[in-house]
Design a protein around this ligand. Structure first.
Ligand SMILES: *[C@@H]1O[C@H](CO)[C@@H](O)[C@H](O)[C@H]1NC(C)=O
Ligand SMILES: *[C@@H]1O[C@H](CO)[C@@H](O)[C@H](O)[C@H]1NC(C)=O
Ligand SMILES: *[C@@H]1O[C@H](CO)[C@@H](O)[C@H](O)[C@H]1NC(C)=O
Length: 310
């Protein structure tokens, strides 16, 4: 009898199932644009996006639309109104004269305007993307050469990183690992030195430095977050740890893989705060990267396993 009563109690007090649906406050179907850029090898072969950036965003619950170079302003404005965020990837495009730079400039200006009127539109820059953002915000080229062409480093967090948006949701043990293990892959010839950052008021007013690094001689900025806009950037490559295998300095240890996921999770959740959308499902389907097939380049000496070509 007692057993029966206990079981009835179990049934009555079972936790009600809550549905996992979006509240009106969140867009659970985010679509993020990734900028394409000129392919230099072989030369004049159009433009490309490394597939690792696509997988990175997909791993945290976003879909991807390629933002191709050489499009008209109208085409970029159309995409801006349809996308929930944009990622400026790494690579070798020219920061001033390339199609990548032209597209980045349009998206940056549209994002500043949109955010100023309360339309939350996040931007992420990785490596070349960080460098492009420093050019766009600073209004001139501000980089200096560093010896950082292929090295994994631990982050040197600044005091300000404690109050950052980017790292506030990170597990405490992973933050500790980021500061003590070489989890962040650097492959860049140039960097924004902390000295240039301090001496450039356009940058120091706009961005908070979350981490720095050094090549042994020169200290440079490695993670940035804008004060008043959802604009974020890393000189290092969070997407490579889980998705690129072609270079032996890319870390793949468990904390490196967790870093990839938590960085993607942060940015995709930022994109969920935006409610732009395509005018129809047909338009959306036509734009998605699923329309393209990546090529395997890992056996051709490329630093990328797979790329999309446009
Ligand atoms: C982009 O435009 C430039 C200059 O007109 C041209 O040289 C280049 O081939 C174009 N690239 C693509 C991928 O359309
Ligand atoms: C960072 O915080 C620590 C502890 O509060 C303090 O000792 C240190 O001077 C601070 N560093 C800077 C650059 O403000
Ligand atoms: C990769 O290299 C092979 C052999 O040289 C070549 O046939 C193929 O076209 C290359 N693939 C790409 C995408 O460049």
């Amino acid at each position: 009898m007692l057993v029966m009563l206990v079981c009835v109690a179990c049934v009555l007090y079972v936790t009600p199932v809550r549905t996992c649906t979006s509240s009106g406050q969140r867009n659970d179907r985010p679509i993020i644009g990734i900028l394409a850029q000129e392919s230099y090898s072989p030369p004049n072969t159009g433009s490309y996006i490394a597939a690792s950036y696509v997988k990175y965003l997909e791993s945290a619950g976003a879909r991807v639309v390629p933002v191709r170079i050489n499009q008209t302003l109208d085409q970029y404005v159309y995409l801006f109104r349809a996308l929930n965020g944009v990622l400026f990837p790494g690579g070798g495009a020219d920061l001033v004269t390339s199609g990548y730079a032209a597209a980045a400039k349009v998206f940056y200006q549209l994002a500043l305007e949109a955010n100023s009127r309360g339309d939350y539109f996040p931007i992420w820059g990785t490596c070349l993307g960080l460098e492009e953002l420093t050019y766009l915000t600073g209004g001139r080229l501000l980089l200096s050469p560093t010896d950082t062409r292929g090295v994994a480093l631990p982050l040197v967090f600044t005091n300000e990183s404690r109050d950052s948006k980017m790292f506030s949701g990170f597990p405490a043990d992973l933050l500790k690992a980021l500061a003590s293990e070489a989890l962040t892959e650097n492959s860049h010839r140039n960097s924004l030195t902390t000295e240039t950052f301090r001496n450039t008021v356009e940058l120091s007013k706009f961005y908070r430095v979350l981490s720095t690094n050094s090549d042994g001689k020169t200290e440079f900025v490695s993670t940035l977050e804008a004060y008043d806009y959802p604009i974020y950037a890393t000189q290092w490559h969070p997407e490579k740890n889980a998705f690129e295998w072609t270079r032996d300095y890319i870390p793949h240890c468990p904390n490196a893989i967790r870093t990839t996921f938590h960085m993607a999770d942060f940015f995709v959740n930022e994109a969920k705060k935006n409610f732009h959308r395509f005018s129809s499902e047909e338009e959306e389907r036509r734009a998605l990267i699923y329309n393209y097939t990546p090529l395997y380049m890992g056996r051709n000496g490329s630093s990328f396993e797979q790329i999309y070509i446009f």
